[in-house]
Ligand binder design. Structure first.
Ligand code: NAP
Length: 262
């Protein structure tokens, strides 16, 4: 059964692709190019595919491209889709309705903020610059998750029975404030990373300048503000329930990646 992995160079997709035998990994940079914004690339990616790990377009919360793609996948014979969604999306649920209304097996993953944002995304550059700006920085804790744990849950949902129709809220095993997370990074790297509290409107403007659409930039800012205020810990035992082992600790991720902040 060929599984299509969309976003296969990304933080979760590459681990999902590596764990599967009969897999077609795609993104804009794959040999078989798949681009959300170019519908002419969709069908060749879908030919002969029975299951999909779907990382949606990352610049927007809810995309009409996903709503158009899912029925095309179903017509093409796809029987199962695992969607990477996000925690705390609210009742509209981002791209989730496209799956829920698809008529095929679906599993939705709603992870917390990724550990890997500190090595492979915006927090990395900020740590290296010496200052991490956060909207309304505060002492609230968040249960950051390792993307390898998300990928393992995705692979279980793609390859095993019993996960269809489930919406999995996925988190790491403990709550950490941004200060506590950065202290762990500082300890292995000899840094003294500062946190700069910025007004939420300025944070939204900076995120938009970085390429996010307004809704996505506002959602990121809203969640970071909620984290700071202690309203968004989101601790779950999903990894343990699905995989039968505990989720990875942030401290273990930091030890493994110490060189990234050297
Ligand atoms: N980061 C977090 O903490 C977090 C937390 C919860 C949920 N999420 C959700 O996770 C999802 C992934 O976000 P991420 O920022 O971590 O990205 P990512 O999965 O690390 O990278 C994005 C992937 O999508 C591919 N891609 C980008 N634009 C594309 C396009 N137009 N067509 C096809 N493929 C494209 C990229 O490969 P190419 O560049 O090769 O095309 C890459 O493989 C998002 O939906 C986000 O909302 C993220």
């Amino acid at each position: 059964m060929t599984t299509l992995v969309i976003g296969a160079t990304g933080k979760t997709g590459r681990h999902v692709a590596a764990a599967l035998d009969d897999v077609r990994p795609v993104s804009r940079s794959s040999d078989l190019r798949f681009d959300w914004t170019d519908e002419s690339t969709w069908q060749s990616a879908l030919d002969g595919v029975r299951a999909i790990y779907l990382v949606p377009p990352v610049w927007t919360l809810s995309s009409p491209l996903v709503s158009a793609f899912v029925p095309r996948a179903v017509e093409s014979g796809v029987e199962r889709i695992v969607l990477l969604s996000a925690g705390g999306l609210g009742p509209a649920g981002g791209n989730e309705p496209a799956l829920r209304n698809s008529g095929i097996d679906w599993t939705i993953l709603r992870p917390t903020w990724f550990h890997q944002n500190f090595t492979e995304d915006y927090f990395h550059e900020q740590v290296l610059s010496g200052t991490v700006p956060l909207p309304e920085a505060g002492p609230g804790r968040h249960a950051f998750i390792d993307t390898r744990d998300i990928a393992d849950v995705a692979v279980a949902a793609l390859t095993q029975d019993g996960h269809a129709g489930n919406t999995y809220e996925i988190s790491g095993p403990e709550g950490l404030s941004f200060r506590e997370a950065l202290d762990l990074i500082d300890k292995v790297s000899g840094r003294s990373t500062a946190i700069a509290s910025v007004p939420p409107a300025a944070y939204v403007a900076a995120a938009e300048a970085g390429g996010l659409d307004t809704g996505y930039a506002e959602a990121v800012t809203y969640h970071l503000t909620a984290v700071a205020a202690g309203q968004y810990l989101s601790l779950t035992d999903t990894v343990e329930r699905v995989l039968g082992r505990p989720a990875r600790l942030f401290a273990a991720y930091v030890e493994e990646n110490a060189a990234a902040w050297a």
